[in-house]
Design a protein around this ligand. Structure first.
Ligand SMILES: NC(=O)c1ccc[n+]([C@@H]2O[C@H](COP(=O)([O-])OP(=O)(O)OC[C@H]3O[C@@H](n4cnc5c(N)ncnc54)[C@H](OP(=O)(O)O)[C@@H]3O)[C@@H](O)[C@H]2O)c1
Length: 248
């Protein structure tokens, strides 16, 4: 009989770094619906507690506080979880948005540490305990394709680097698979932090311009992560899921 390439997530253990909010929360909720066991990770224990409660999950959710910019935290995370099946990293903070001449280098270093160096550290420690047949999925974004002007150069560089990170790592760690999801704008808590009440105006304006006719919710984006976990022929790839935002 031909083996189906889409693996079930039933009983699989999935670590979602960034799972207490936004896109990561959406991935955690979707994975639970597909029968997985989920470990959500973020820095704030309070946010994790609230997310754990909201997710429900009938005993299939664990929350672990860890900062992906700190290697000791990451090492402890994987030591605590032990064997697991998929790593999803959506964690990130608002990017620097200064014109290049006004760049605050401390902010840039914190941003790169939290996002890119953090991804390298996650991969380093995840590789110790990731089960055979497992995968890692990191998150880039539309800012590499449509950088905000002015101030988009740093976030574009960081987001753009993820595709090449995944390609190299997919070769090095094979048969473990490594992939990237690159979302367009998604209505998450990060936007509240960046633009506050102006969010509705930004979303209405962009929603009328893009082919999908609206801005995504985390639930729209989560299936891309699930697909990459389930299709064991996908590796070294970047999935763009942006409602056609790169076309406009
Ligand atoms: N929303 C969009 O429109 C969009 C579009 C394209 C790409 N993206 C990218 O997608 C990622 C997620 O965005 P989002 O909108 O889902 O953001 P969000 O709603 O603010 O969620 C971010 C999550 O990451 C966690 N986190 C942040 N820094 C962390 C760290 N150093 N260590 C561990 N956890 C950390 C946060 O919890 P704590 O604060 O408690 O740590 C939270 O759970 C970001 O990298 C963003 O650049 C977003």
């Amino acid at each position: 009989m031909t083996r189906l390439p889409m693996a079930s997530l039933d009983g699989k253990k999935i670590i979602v770094v960034g799972g207490s909010s936004g896109i990561g929360y959406g991935v955690a909720a979707a994975a639970l619906e597909h029968g997985a066991e989920v470990v959500i990770v973020g820095r704030s224990a309070q946010k994790l507690g609230a997310a754990e409660k909201r997710l429900g999950g009938a005993g299939r959710v664990t929350a672990i506080a860890a900062d992906m910019a700190r290697e000791a935290d990451i090492a402890r995370l994987f030591d605590t979880v032990g064997a697991f099946d998929h790593l999803v990293a959506t964690a990130g903070t608002p990017p620097p948005n200064y014109p290049i001449g006004e760049t605050d280098m401390d902010f840039v270093r914190r941003f790169v540490d939290g996002k890119l160096t953090g991804a390298v550290m996650l991969a380093k420690h995840a590789a110790r305990t990731l089960s055979k047949g497992g995968s890692m999925i990191f998150t880039s974004g539309i800012n590499k394709d449509r950088p905000p002007v002015p101030g988009g150069s740093v976030v574009a560089a960081v987001a753009g680097s993820f595709s090449y990170f995944a390609r190299a790592l997919a070769l090095e760690l094979a048969p473990t698979r490594v992939n990237i999801v690159s979302p367009g704008w998604v209505d998450t808590e990060m936007w509240d932090e960046i633009v506050g009440a102006a969010k509705t105006g930004y979303f209405n304006e962009m929603g009328t311009r893009i082919p999908s006719g609206r801005i995504a919710t985390p639930a729209d984006i989560a299936p891309a992560y699930l697909y990459l976990m389930q299709n064991d022929f996908m590796t070294g790839e970047t999935i763009h899921i942006d409602g056609g935002q790169r076309l406009v």
